[in-house]
Ligand binder design. Structure first.
Ligand code: CTP
Ligand code: ZN
Length: 182
């Protein structure tokens, strides 16, 4: 006998659909709606959206989500009109500190941080790439003083998009592919 598919309880389904129904514009292709529904809405927490797809796991690392006790959903390679392919990270039961938002801005300059309360987007923050990055990124130059002595790193942002930063100490220029978060 064929097994019956486990059904989402009707109440939950309605809740999810209601949330999307408020957001979806008439011009949203049906295909996109289906894709969006694959990642459940969260009740309380933070959604980091519009992450360049290859930076989604860096965001996970920045937020130390491996050790987070609440729900974490990570999606990559989603279609985005503004940035091509994007990633999304949804974290249940967690707010972000300003320091965490600043770090995210370095790997995801177009990210939006959505604060969710009771299933609603209560606040939407557009991250901003800082002009100076203090003690967040490791210098890729092995002989840089910051890799040999107890000195916090410091970089100047030379270009925001694509990101190019310059070490205050050894003047090494680094691109986004060289970036390793401390
Ligand atoms: N979201 C969620 N859980 C909720 C509400 C929203 O996971 N309870 C997610 C949505 O799936 C979306 C993000 O939070 O990825 C932002 O939601 P919303 O502002 O409703 O979507 P958009 O209008 O598409 O956002 P933007 O304009 O920033 O692209
Ligand atoms: Zn250096």
């Amino acid at each position: 006998m064929a097994k019956r598919k486990k059904k989402t309880p009707k109440k939950d389904k309605r809740k999810q659909e209601k949330i999307k129904a408020n957001k979806v514009t008439v011009s949203t292709p049906k295909e996109d709606i289906k894709k969006e529904l694959k990642i459940s809405a969260i009740e309380e927490g933070t959604v980091i959206d519009h992450i360049p797809t290859d930076a989604a796991f860096k965001v996970v690392e920045i937020l130390d989500l491996e050790n987070h006790k609440g729900v974490v959903s990570i999606a990559t390679n989603l279609q985005s009109k503004s940035i091509g392919k994007k990633g999304i990270v949804k974290v249940g039961g967690k707010g972000l500190t300003q320091e965490e938002v600043n770090k995210i801005a370095i790997v995801a300059p177009d990210a939006t941080v959505n604060i969710i309360k009771n299933y609603d987007v209560k606040e939407k923050i557009k991250v901003r790439t800082p002009d100076v990055i203090d003690n967040v990124v490791k210098c890729s130059n092995p002989v840089c003083i910051t890799n040999n002595e107890q000195i916090p790193t410091k970089f100047y942002v030379v270009k925001k998009d694509p990101l190019k930063i310059k070490c205050h100490y050894c003047e090494r220029i680094m691109g986004k592919e060289d970036i390793e978060i401390i």
